[in-house]
Design a protein around this ligand. Structure first.
Ligand SMILES: Nc1nc2c(c(=O)[nH]1)N[C@H]1C(S)=C(S)[C@@H](COP(=O)(O)OP(=O)(O)OC[C@H]3O[C@@H](n4cnc5c(=O)[nH]c(N)nc54)[C@H](O)[C@@H]3O)O[C@H]1N2
Ligand SMILES: Nc1nc2c(c(=O)[nH]1)N[C@H]1C(S)=C(S)[C@@H](COP(=O)(O)OP(=O)(O)OC[C@H]3O[C@@H](n4cnc5c(=O)[nH]c(N)nc54)[C@H](O)[C@@H]3O)O[C@H]1N2
Ligand code: SF4
Ligand SMILES: [Mo]
Length: 877
């Protein structure tokens, strides 16, 4: 059955905060087909490469399908009772602050609401924090300081109505690709100018008019200069300023700052200020280059100051727009998932707010009046024994937290750790005492809120496999078993949603912004049918923008400009650690890769962890293309593949955050990142560590492909899925005596037929292991990085693979090169040949001839970059 006759289920993509609507059709065999929902206001049918490949990530092979206690399968009753007992016992012996929850901006609102209710309302501790601390905390702090609440003033439509869009610390092209597509379409239609502020040249720069490659951490100085410039040229909106306070102090601070710390040329700064000043409709989009900094909150306020001073906020095409990372980063802020927030944008410090929430929940204890431990401090408290029972839900801190080795050791030593996940194969899940199997995206129901306050439903289109349960149901069970039977008696997520909506109505009476009381009486059927809806949702109002006329949420209703001054990153480069290490994302992987790495399509784009380093630095350090490099910080050492590129500036290097103990253990980059945090938001500085870099000279290098799993254990290895199985890069300090034996061990194929070529003197070995006349696995070894056609070899397992040992296709088969368009599997070489031989001269022409870039469009910026490089070459010839 192909399922074509079955109705489609409307749901929301589980990855980024754009929150694209998807239409799911079950294939009747456990799988789904996924397409963009043409009616969803976030994407109008578009999807990026990750959304398009969702169907490839739903297999059950790596799923956790039953609870585990100490690594042994257990039944739910035993696992839940153990969790409830150990938490109760720990609280009884050591007090309520001896336990903690560490949760996630990927939980559904209903899950998140219950986690917060259980910890803050019933356990009576504020020790619940979330990975949003690593992500949105600085924006939350900045919004609250300026607006009085954590309010996103604008909407996605502003991107299309703006004449100038400034991307600050946002690689929109890779991280919010559908918003980037909307922006590029607007540019085409109305000539929107785009400026990128980022120390690194990214794919987002390809469509930009200006790229300001400022020094890392110097955004405050740049926006302070902009504020001074606006004042100098009489561009301040004094009528609007009357609705705010703090302008004089903010301007004085701005004028005292020296823009020279940005390292930018005076002319480019002036051009940027002119453009901003003379373009009324300006949207400033910001993300982790702003938030993940020890001056993150100040960076946010430096940006907000400029919008407030010009009154360019809350009107069509104008305003600051913080793009959220995770699908429910915004929803998590609404339910109060951060250790310093209460539910529904209420304040933990306010006794009236606490009393109102306690009453609503009918909670047995007072709600804590002080913030709980924020993520970095929370794991330090686990490490020094203050926290004795920890529940981690929907996040993988052993990979994603700074000082990740300390986090790993702390969790390992914690007397009782519970992990709720969809797989047992994560660096964090491997350390759990109790592992709870959650239903995954596609199997569960609830709501998420995206970057522009639009609430959308995630809906189940597949049955829950094995003994998995939804996160909200697991939390409710534990709450009940801890003794609060009535408060955690829920049958459906709809009940939880109604309670949350009703509480938001109470919060609104205290003058809070987040009010969805219009949904408090939503019946089960209406919840089932709920269309995407932007908050607030009340009897009087739905959606819209905030602050066009003022109306801030501080007492007295005024907005605030903040005096902020440049502060450099916490870690200083020094002779021992001369490089600034920046970290971030790649186009086709999601965080710690537990889902996206299951997709061969997505794994083809960048199959290996890498370090971007400038050619000048590479030359000085004698690093050659494709060399491995050792990257050392005061905390730890990593081994990564060098990518020599002038996209980074001299003295700076960039690594991605994605690789893990499961995919490339020497590349867990957060082991190198110290836990320095912003003093206001507690958000760690993930983008400005200091490191030393040197070549890693391995005794041997290897490349492997296989149909089945491999078990690498060399000093360096990185594994990726392919359409036929797996591929891996390997390198080690000691060469094997017998590579054929080593290959049999690596692939666990003791009885396969080996076809091999070995030249011990030159350190060369090529081994193909055949089963039933088909290639099961192949290993290529050399003393220098192995030169074979990797994308071709990855297609061979399972075939009869003639001349596999040559490492390349026969002469009449051109090598497509690394995959650039993951939707259609089009390689770089294919596109380059099209440009050079067939005269393809535009992104559209490449699409028409080769299909590349015509489905999700995420690779269009990279195609554009190939085209402009070709034009530069032509011009030079
Ligand atoms: N493909 C993909 N998309 C994702 C995710 C993913 O894992 N993969 N994750 C999602 C999540 S949770 C998030 S939070 C978002 C993050 O989305 P982004 O914030 O856009 O992504 P990052 O790559 O973390 O960082 C953005 C840029 O900040 C720059 N930067 C570093 N230091 C500075 C600085 O001092 N100033 C300025 N102005 N810029 C600086 C970096 O060079 C980088 O290009 O992406 C979301 N979307
Ligand atoms: N160096 C550096 N570090 C960073 C960043 C950076 O830019 N640089 N970015 C930071 C940011 S912005 C973020 S948001 C974090 C993200 O970091 P994490 O949250 O740690 O990353 P994920 O891989 O998204 O982890 C989600 C986990 O939830 C599991 N899961 C999936 N679906 C479900 C489900 O339905 N229920 C449950 N219970 N579990 C599920 C997945 O298998 C996975 O283990 O990383 C942060 N760390
Ligand atoms: S932009 Fe891509 S990852 Fe983000 S929600 Fe849309 S389809 Fe999903
Ligand atoms: Mo994030």
């Amino acid at each position: 059955m192909d399922g074509a006759g079955l109705p489609e289920t409307r749901s929301t993509c589980p990855y980024c905060g754009v929150g694209c609507g998807v239409l799911l059709r079950a294939d009747g065999q456990g799988g789904l087909s996924v397409r963009g929902d043409p009616d969803h206001p976030a994407n109008f049918g578009r999807l990026c490469s990750k959304g398009s490949a969702l169907a490839e990530t739903l297999g059950l092979e790596s799923r956790l399908l039953a609870p585990q206690i100490d690594g042994q399968e257990a039944d739910w009753d035993a696992a839940l009772q153990l969790v409830a007992n150990r938490f109760k016992q720990t609280i009884a012996e050591h007090g309520r602050d001896s336990v903690a929850f560490y949760v996630s901006g990927q939980m559904l609102t209903e899950d998140y609401y219950l986690a917060n209710k259980l910890m803050k309302g019933f356990i009576g501790s504020a020790n619940i924090d979330t990975n949003s601390r690593l992500c949105m905390a600085s924006t939350v702090a900045g919004h609250r300081r300026a607006f009085g609440t954590d309010t996103v003033p604008g909407t996605y439509e502003d991107i299309e109505e703006a004449d100038l869009v400034v991307l600050v610390g946002s690689n929109l092209a890779w991280c919010h690709p559908v918003l980037n597509q909307r922006l590029l379409a607007a540019k085409k239609a109305r000539g929107t100018r785009i400026v990128v502020v980022d120390p690194r040249r990214t794919a987002s720069c390809d469509g930009a008019d200006m790229h300001l490659a400022l020094a890392p951490g110097s955004d405050v100085a740049l926006f302070n200069r902009l504020l001074s410039d606006l004042a100098k040229h009489g561009a301040i909106d004094h009528d609007y300023l009357a609705r705010t306070e703090g302008f004089d102090a903010a301007l004085a601070a701005a004028e005292a700052d020296d823009v020279a710390v940005t390292g930018l040329q005076e002319a480019e700064i002036a051009a940027f200020c002119d453009l901003w000043r003379t373009t009324e409709k300006v949207v400033t989009i910001f993300s982790q280059g702003v938030n993940q900094s020890t001056s993150g909150s100040d960076k946010v306020n430096a940006i907000l100051n400029c919008h407030l001073a010009t009154g360019r906020i809350g009107r069509p095409g104008m305003g600051p727009l913080s793009v959220t990372g995770q699908p429910n980063a915004m929803g998590g802020r609404e339910v109060g998932g951060l250790a310093n927030m209460l539910a529904c944008h209420l304040d933990l410090e306010n006794p009236d707010h606490r009393a109102a929430v306690r009453d609503c929940w009918d909670a047995p204890t007072d709600i804590p009046d002080a913030p709980g431990l924020k993520a970095v401090d929370m794991f330090r408290a686990v490490g020094d024994g203050r926290i004795k029972a920890l529940w981690i839900i929907h996040t993988n801190p052993v990979v994603s937290m700074p000082e990740a080795d300390l986090v790993r050791d702390a969790i390992a030593a914690c007397p009782f750790t519970v992990v709720s996940d969809i797989t047992a194969a994560t660096d964090t899940a491997r350390l759990a005492d109790v592992l709870l199997p959650a239903t995954a995206w596609g199997e569960k129901d609830g709501t998420v809120t995206n970057s522009d306050r639009t609430i959308s439903r995630q809906r189940a289109a597949l049955p829950a496999p094995g003994n998995t349960r939804p996160d909200w149901a697991i939390l409710a069970e534990v709450g009940q078993r801890m003794g609060w039977t009535k408060a955690f008696d829920y049958e459906t997520p709809a009940e939880i949603f109604r309670e949350h909506a009703a509480l938001s109505g109470i919060a609104a009476k205290f003058g809070r912004d987040f009010d969805i009381s219009g949904l408090a009486a939503l019946g089960d059927a209406a919840y089932e049918q709920l269309e995407p809806v932007r908050w607030p949702v009340t009897a009087e109002r739905q959606g819209g923008r905030f602050f066009a006329e003022g109306g801030f949420f501080h007492p007295g209703g005024k907005g605030r400009l903040l005096p902020v001054r440049h502060r450099p990153p916490a870690a200083r480069t020094e002779p021992r650690y001369p490089f600034r290490l920046n970290t971030g994302r790649v186009r086709d992987q999601w965080h710690t890769m537990t889902r996206t790495a299951l997709s061969p399509k997505l794994s083809a784009h960048l199959a290996e962890p890498f370090l971007e380093i400038h050619p000048t630095d590479a030359t000085l350090l004698q690093i050659l293309p494709a060399d491995l490099v050792e990257v050392q910080s005061p905390l730890a050492t990593a081994i990564l593949r060098a990518r020599i590129t002038d996209a980074v500036q001299p003295g700076q290097v960039f690594a991605s955050m994605h690789w893990t103990g499961e995919t490339a253990p020497s590349a867990r980059i957060d082991a190198l990142v110290p836990g320095a945090t912003d003093p206001v938001s507690g958000q760690p500085e993930s983008k400005a560590s200091v490191v030393a870099v040197r070549p890693y000279r391995a005794a041997w290098y290897g490349f492997a492909v296989s149909r089945g799993e491999m078990k690498p254990d060399s000093a360096y290895w990185a594994r990726a899925r392919t359409g036929t199985g797996y591929r891996a890069e390997l390198a080690g300090a000691v060469a094997a005596d017998n590579w054929e034996e080593e290959a049999r061990r690596l692939f666990d194929l003791p009885d396969a037929v080996a076809v091999s070529f070995q030249d011990a003197g030159r350190g060369l070995a090529r081994i193909a292991l055949m089963q039933d006349g088909h290639l099961a696995a192949a290993l290529f070894v050399a003393k220098t990085p192995v030169a074979v056609m990797r994308d071709y070899l990855a297609t061979l397992p399972g075939t009869d693979a003639p001349n596999v040992l040559s490492g390349r296709p026969s002469a009449d088969m051109p090598d497509p090169g690394p995959v650039l368009c993951s939707c259609f599997g089009v390689g770089v070489n294919t596109i380059l040949r099209g440009i050079e031989n067939d005269g393809l001269s535009s992104v559209d022409a490449v699409g028409a001839a080769l299909q590349a870039g015509t489905n999700c469009g995420s690779c269009q910026p990279e195609i554009a970059a190939l085209l402009s490089a070709a034009q530069v070459r032509e011009a030079a010839e």
